[in-house]
Design a binder for this molecule. Structure first.
Ligand code: CMP
Length: 328
């Protein structure tokens, strides 16, 4: 692959600008469709989970114990990040398995919502964090979001026999159980019991649906709760902050400084951060180009098979490559 020529930068940049605009429009349309399909998929996944749970219950005639999968969250490694504009999405990671842009909260209200933090002991903080990261529906949240949710959770307690959540109600809070036991029932039938260190009440908030089951305290219980508005604000703010960080990054790249603000903003919309470790191949010569890269940290070597091995070009922060992909 030929290294980008910096000398005719203005002409190339203009061509790229036009090609980029076309690609961005195309991507936006595709993204809107993907969003729609993913929402549909999420809803179907949710239904499957519920049907599966019903099936398990029918099969075993026993209480199911712990209802959440305790998988280790897939954390990003410490490799240097790179920004990619993917024009085809073969490596697309599934977007967050939750509604990252909840419809219940108007973005205009975002600045009005004050997030309050509540003091917690180290033990409580660890229990909440583990619970959030263990939960099937929340483990894909970014680490920063998990920490902010944790920070905003307030303590509450209820006596044995109290109804924490009533099936069919509008959901107002997501809970983490710290002490005691609760029972989950649906249409009067027991689904399972939940013990300390588990999240519940997340479905109605994440999916903007009514409560899918009733949750009753089997003992006196101690809970941590975050309300719907706080939760949704954290989700949306993170998206906006990220967008502004990406726009700032693009503005800091000399080759992109001439781009109008709306193009930078659209580019930031489709930018994804990706990490490579030392020695990884990013693009192979001869492979179909579908991604345009801008280096945000680290260094990249560009080499060509036909060229002598010492004819390598080093690219670093702010340099870009894979631009042929933008030209289609
Ligand atoms: P939500 O629908 O907001 O309120 C009721 C909660 O009960 C729900 O979120 C889940 O946290 C929990 N819940 C619903 N169905 C099940 C199930 N089959 N097994 C375990 N927990 C459930």
């Amino acid at each position: 692959m030929a290294a980008p020529k910096r000398a005719d930068g203005v002409g190339v940049l203009r061509d790229l600008q036009v090609a980029l605009q076309l690609k961005i429009d195309e991507l936006m349309e595709r993204d809107a469709l993907i969003d729609e399909l993913e929402l549909e998929l999420d809803a179907k996944e949710l239904l499957i989970r519920h049907l599966q749970a019903e099936l398990d219950r029918e099969r075993t005639f026993a209480s199911c114990g712990d209802n959440t999968a305790a998988e280790v969250p897939n954390k990003a490694g410490g490799e240097p990040p790179m920004m990619r504009v993917s024009l085809d999405e073969p490596q697309r990671t599934k977007r967050q398995a939750i509604s990252a842009e909840p419809t219940a909260l108007d973005p205009a209200q975002l600045t009005d919502v004050t997030l309050t933090s509540y003091c917690k002991t180290k033990e409580s903080s660890e229990l909440i964090q583990r619970a959030l990261m263990d939960n099937d529906f929340m483990k894909h949240l970014e680490h920063g979001q998990i920490l902010t949710i944790l920070d905003c959770m307030r303590p509450t307690s209820l006596e044995r026999g109290c109804c924490v959540i009533q099936e069919g109600d509008d959901g107002s809070s997501v809970y983490v159980l710290e002490e005691g036991m609760v029972e989950v029932t649906k249409e009067g039938k027991k689904l399972c019991t939940i013990g300390p260190g588990k999240v519940f009440g997340e479905l109605a908030i994440l999916y903007n649906c009514t409560r899918t089951a009733t949750v009753t305290a089997l003992t006196d219980i101690k809970l941590w709760a975050i309300d719907r508005q706080g939760f949704q604000t954290i989700m949306m703010r993170t998206g906006l902050i990220k967008h502004s960080q990406y726009t700032d990054f693009l503005r800091s790249v000399p080759s992109f400084q001439a781009l109008p603000e709306d193009i930078l903003s659209k580019l930031a919309d489709v930018l994804e951060e990706t990490h490579y470790t030392d020695g990884d191949y990013i693009i192979r010569q001869g492979a179909t180009g579908d991604t345009f890269f801008i280096i945000s940290e680290g260094q990249v070597t560009v080499s060509q098979q036909s060229a002598p091995s010492d004819e390598k070009v080093m690219l670093s922060k702010g340099d870009w490559f894979g631009e042929q992909a933008l030209k289609g």
